[in-house]
Design a protein around this ligand. Structure first.
Ligand code: SF4
Ligand code: SF4
Length: 501
C-alpha cells in the first residue's frame, strides 16, 4: 500500500473534468538539486555560478541558433488557448503555470526581453520579463513539472512542442549549475558502470542465472538469458529495471521465451546493460550521444547482426529518432531487419510468420487494456505502416489474450496521456506531482474497469510500469494491475516439447 499521503488526492471522475484555475497550486513542488558530484562528471558547473545571468542568456542564444525549431516555437505562438487543458499536470493540479502555453511563456518572456526589438524597448507591450533569480527558480520548478510527453503539441494548430522548450529550459539550468539530482546522478551511473542502477557485471550475471533457474522450474524449458555472448545474432538492450523490478522482469522473461521458441541466438551486454538514455530528458546532446555510444560499441564488439530494444518508451524514442545521427551508420547490421528494431516489432513479425505458438487461455483470468507510452506514441513509430506503434502492440495482445478492451479513444494512441512520471520525474521528491499528473490516465482506466471489468493494464515502458505501480494504490487500484506486455506474451507461449517440434 502507498504510505499516507501528505497532499490531497484528486477525486476520480467518470469523465475528465477541466479543473478551476488554482494560482500557485504547485509552486512548492521542485526536485532535489544535483550536487557537485552529480554535475561535474557530466560537464556542468557544480553549483550556481556567480555570473549565472550572463551564462543563461548565452546558452539561450546558443540553443536558439542551434535548434531552429526552438526559435520558431518561441516566435509563433498566437495564444489561441487550444493547448491549455491538454496537459495531464494541469488537469491534475489546476496550476495555471502547468498549462503548456504558460510553461512555454516562462522562457518566451525572457527570450523576448533580450533577443527581440520590441522586448528590448517596449517590454510591457509584449509581456517581456527580466531574467531574475525568481524567474530562474520558476524555470526550475515548472520545467520539472513537464514530462516532455508532447501531448500538447498534437492539439496546437502550429505544432509547437513544449517538450523542446522544457529541454532547452533544463539545458540552460544545467549550464548555470542548477541541475536535477535524479536525472544527473543516473546519467553519471551509466557513464561509469553501464546502467541506471549501477549494477555491476557479476551481479547482472547472477541475476540472469537465477532467471534461467526460475523459468526452468516454472515451465520445464531450458530458456536462456545469455550475457556477453560473442557471435549472437541479436543484441538486446533493455531498461535495467527489467533485470529485477516487478512487473518489468516478467517482460524480460517474456522476451527470452520469444527468442527461445523462435530459435534466435541472442545476448545481453554487461557493457551496454541499459537501454534508457536520460540524456534526452535534460536536453543534452553530448550526454545522450555518450550514453548511446556504449550500445554501438557493444554491438560491434559482440559481432551481432541485429539490435533489439526492450520495453522502454524514451529509449525507443532515442533509438528510433536519434540513434542514426548519434551513433550511426548501422551498415554492420543485417539490412533485412529494421535497425534498430523494437522487441514488439520482433514478436509481431514472428507471430505473422507463424513462428510462435500461443495458448491464449493462459491469460483468461485477465481482462486487459493497454496504455500507450507517450514517447512511443508521439515520438517514434513501429513497423512500416503509419500508426504501427499503435497497431503492433494491440495485435500482439489480441494474439495472446482473449479479453482485451481499449480505454476511451481520446486517451489512447496519439492522444495518450503520459503516466505522470516520464521525462526524468520518476523520483520520490516529486511524488505529489506524479500522483496528480496520473489523474487523467486513472480516470480512463476507471472507465474500462467499470464498463468491461478490466483487471490489468499492459505497458511497454519501464517508467510507466514503475510510475503506475506507485500511483495506482492512491486511486484505489491494486499496484500489480500494471503488467509488461511481454509478460502476457510469455505466459501464453506454449513451451511444451510438442510445441517446439
Ligand atoms: S509536453 Fe506533456 S507534460 Fe509538457 S506541457 Fe505538454 S502535455 Fe504537459
Ligand atoms: S495551442 Fe499552440 S498557438 Fe495556441 S496557445 Fe498553445 S502553444 Fe500557443
Amino acid at each position: 500500500m502507498a504510505r499516507e499521503p501528505q497532499f490531497d488526492i484528486p477525486k476520480l471522475e467518470h469523465d475528465a473534468v477541466v479543473p478551476r484555475v488554482r494560482e500557485g497550486a504547485m509552486q512548492h513542488s521542485k526536485p532535489f538539486v544535483a550536487k557537485p558530484e552529480h554535475q561535474e562528471p557530466l560537464g556542468f558547473p557544480g553549483a550556481l555560478v556567480e555570473n549565472w545571468k550572463d551564462v543563461a542568456l548565452e546558452k539561450m542564444d546558443e540553443l536558439r541558433g542551434k535548434y531552429r525549431s526552438l526559435q520558431v516555437f518561441l516566435d509563433i505562438c498566437v495564444k489561441c488557448g487550444a493547448c491549455t487543458d491538454k496537459c495531464h499536470y494541469y488537469l491534475g493540479t489546476g496550476d495555471p503555470k502547468n498549462m503548456p502555453v504558460a510553461r512555454q511563456d516562462l522562457l518566451r518572456k525572457v527570450y523576448r526581453r533580450y533577443f527581440t526589438f520590441t522586448g528590448k524597448y517596449l517590454p510591457r507591450l509584449v509581456g517581456a520579463t527580466d531574467l531574475t533569480l525568481d524567474v530562474l527558480e520558476d524555470w526550475y520548478r515548472y520545467y520539472h513539472q513537464c514530462s516532455e510527453c508532447r501531448r500538447c503539441s498534437v492539439y496546437c494548430p502550429y505544432g509547437i512542442d513544449t517538450a523542446e522548450i522544457t529541454m532547452a529550459g533544463r539545458e540552460i539550468l544545467d549550464s548555470v549549475g542548477l541541475g536535477q539530482k535524479y536525472a544527473n546522478e543516473i546519467i553519471g551511473k551509466v557513464h561509469k558502470i553501464g546502467n541506471n542502477l549501477g549494477l555491476p557485471q557479476p551481479a547482472l550475471a547472477d541475476t540472469l542465472e537465477g532467471l534461467e533457474e526460475e523459468v526452468k522450474e516454472d515451465t520445464g524449458a531450458d530458456v536462456r538469458f545469455p550475457l556477453d555472448e560473442t557471435g549472437a545474432e541479436v543484441l538486446l538492450v533493455t531498461p535495467s529495471a527489467d533485470f529485477f523490478a516487478e512487473p518489468h522482469v516478467d517482460g524480460l522473461i517474456g522476451y527470452a521465451k520469444v527468442f527461445h521458441q523462435a530459435g534466435i541466438r541472442w545476448t545481453l551486454s554487461s557493457y551496454a546493460s541499459e537501454a534508457a538514455n536520460f540524456g534526452i530528458f535534460i536536453g543534452s546532446y553530448e550526454n545522450m550521444q555518450k550514453v548511446a555510444q556504449r550500445i554501438r560499441d557493444a554491438a560491434l564488439e559482440l559481432g551481432v547482426r541485429r539490435i533489439v530494444v526492450g520495453e522502454c518508451g524514451h529509449a525507443w524514442r532515442v533509438a528510433y529518432s536519434f540513434w542514426n545521427t548519434l551513433i550511426g551508420p548501422f551498415d554492420f547490421l543485417d539490412p533485412a531487419y529494421p535497425a534498430p528494431q523494437h522487441v514488439c516489432e520482433l514478436t509481431h513479425d514472428l507471430i505473422q510468420r507463424g513462428a510462435l505458438r500461443f495458448n491464449k487461455e493462459a491469460n483468461d483470468h485477465r481482462v486487459v487494456t493497454f496504455h500507450d507510452s507517450c514517447n512511443v506514441s508521439r515520438a517514434s513509430r513501429m513497423g512500416d505502416m503509419p500508426g504501427g506503434q499503435f497497431r503492433i502492440p494491440r495485435e500482439i495482445l489480441r494474439s495472446c489474450c482473449n479479453h482485451f478492451y481499449d480505454m476511451p479513444a481520446d486517451t489512447i494512441c496519439e492522444g495518450t496521456y503520459c503516466c505522470g512520471g516520464g521525462g526524468g520525474l520518476l523520483t520520490d521528491d516529486l511524488v505529489e506531482l506524479r500522483v496528480k499528473g496520473a489523474l487523467p490516465r486513472m480516470e480512463a482506466l476507471k472507465r474500462v474497469v467499470d464498463e468491461h471489468g478490466v483487471t490489468h493494464m499492459a505497458a511497454i515502458c519501464a517508467i510507466c510500469k514503475s510510475q503506475f505501480s506507485k500511483v495506482l494504490p492512491y486511486y484505489g487500484f491494486e499496484m500489480d494491475m500494471v503488467v509488461s506486455l511481454h509478460q502476457l506474451v510469455g505466459d501464453a507461449l506454449d513451451l511444451s516439447a510438442s510445441a517446439q517440434q
